[in-house]
Design a protein around this ligand. Structure first.
Ligand SMILES: O=C(O)[C@H](O)CO
Length: 334
């Protein structure tokens, strides 16, 4: 019997991607005990990118760095050979703050993590962009790096979005509000970013991904010679997805919400695109789009099993196991 690849992203606010994968696999195995399941939790560059690398065989390295408000936080990056995976969210993530601080959150700790990755001898550094608390254009990161040179270093941005730095689809306007910024604060952030860009390299402000992670993308492109890539593509490569999906009979992906945004660089859509002819189904907390529009054969939502949203979040693990069982009955031959 050929195998099933389980490659979900996290369910934000409830389960990490490895936890989602494990819960679905449990359901598959309960329904079809001899099913061959391969777990490949993924991420889009935002939180969970280091976890995905670790699940793919990288080693986790811990470091205390300045958190989004300067207070030390235990952060981590992942290393395999001379490649490091550094995640913005680990040092400057929104989830690290008790209360949002849109005007004051800094990317300083990200610079410290990059330095640490260079110090252990890494020459390729994947920088996962997304899930950040800051909108400082990467100024804090550059300050922490000081005169550190990236010459000879391949710095690859694994970005959750491809927005430019400025304007109506820029870092402040689009992502400021989700970091707690009021309309007036968005204007302040936009003005700060425009001023910073005019001093650092205005020609880089419109590049895809310059607006990712509060403008850390911009600083990395303009000053550190980074190259932009969609995060899910980089993560699938690091995880050896192409190899894992070969001869598979089914791929199961998913994330908390399957919606209109999913087509725009979200992990499940990247998984569909990388799966070729292998059928792909998804699990989700909720699904507000036609599965077929995302190239999915079917979508299984927690809300179809448990209509109460709070219970869905709290019991996500056991509900995903129920969905795993349903998928096994619908798609895996006994
Ligand atoms: O961190 C952020 O600002 C968003 O996730 C977009 O990258």
């Amino acid at each position: 019997m050929s195998h099933v690849v389980v490659a979900p992203d996290k369910f934000k606010g409830s389960l990490t991607a490895p936890q989602v994968a494990a819960a679905v696999a449990r359901g598959l195995r309960e329904a079809v005990p001899d099913v061959d399941v391969r777990l490949l939790p993924v991420a889009d560059g935002g939180d969970g990118t280091v976890d995905a690398a670790v699940a793919a065989g990288f080693l986790k390295v811990g470091r205390w760095v300045a958190g989004p408000l300067g207070k030390p936080v235990p952060a981590s990056f992942a290393v395999r050979g001379t490649t490091a995976v550094v995640e913005v969210a680990s040092a400057a993530g929104l989830t690290l703050l008790e209360r949002p601080a849109p005007l004051n959150a800094t990317s300083h700790g990200v610079g410290e993590l990059l330095k640490a990755a260079l110090d252990v001898g890494c020459t390729t550094i994947v920088l996962g962009l997304g899930g950040s608390a800051c909108t400082d254009g990467g100024a804090g990161m550059l300050e922490a790096l000081g005169k550190t040179s990236f010459e000879g270093i391949d710095l690859v941005l694994a970005s959750d979005v491809d927005n430019p730095l400025l304007g109506p689809s820029g870092a402040a306007a689009v992502y400021g509000p989700q970091k707690g910024a009021s309309p007036e604060q968005v204007e302040v952030l936009e003005a700060r970013l425009a001023d910073f860009a005019s001093r650092i390299g205005p020609e880089h402000a419109s590049r895809p991904g310059a607006g990712a992670a509060g403008g850390i993308g911009f600083a990395a492109l303009a000053v550190l010679g980074a190259r932009f890539r969609p995060g899910i593509e980089v993560v699938l490569e690091l995880a050896g997805f192409a190899e894992a999906v070969r001869d598979a009979s089914l791929v199961i992906t998913g994330e908390g919400s399957l919606d209109a945004q999913t087509r725009h660089g979200k992990a499940p859509y990247g998984v569909v695109r990388a799966s070729g002819d292998v059928p792909v189904v998804a699990v989700a907390g909720r699904c507000s789009v036609e599965p077929g529009d995302l190239g999915l054969k079917a979508a299984y939502a927690l809300l179809d099993v448990e209509p109460d949203v709070t219970r869905c979040m709290v019991q996500a693990d056991s509900l995903l196991t129920v969905l795993g069982g349903r998928i096994a009955r619908d798609w895996v031959s006994q």
